[in-house]
Unconditional design. Structure first.
Length: 97
């Protein structure tokens, strides 16, 4: 984990959040992969035409180390959620007024 990564947010200014540094950016990416898979599971929609469910599951595999079939998308979401939770607890959070 990089020493210079952190999450910055402001409660007083409309909940703006910044992901600063490499690890924080990876956290944002993984969270978006998780949300995109959930969107597909719920509605059948994909975030963009260049990204299929197979590609999203392949991206999830990069972070969890586990291969997923289309029928195992719910397991991918659960594993990514655990990864995100772990990273959020590991990164410092900076609150700004």
């Amino acid at each position: 984990m990089s020493e210079d990564s952190y999450i910055r947010y402001s409660r007083g200014r409309g909940e703006a959040t910044s992901y600063v540094g490499r690890d924080a950016t990876e956290l944002f990416r993984v969270n978006m992969i998780k949300v995109s898979i959930k969107l597909y599971m719920k509605t059948g929609m994909i975030p963009t035409r260049g990204v299929t469910i197979s590609k999203m599951l392949k991206m999830a595999e990069q972070y969890t180390g586990r291969k997923y079939k289309k029928s195992e998308a719910a397991y991918a979401v659960e594993d990514l959620h655990n990864w995100v939770t772990c990273m959020v607890s590991a990164l410092p959070i900076e609150e700004v007024d």
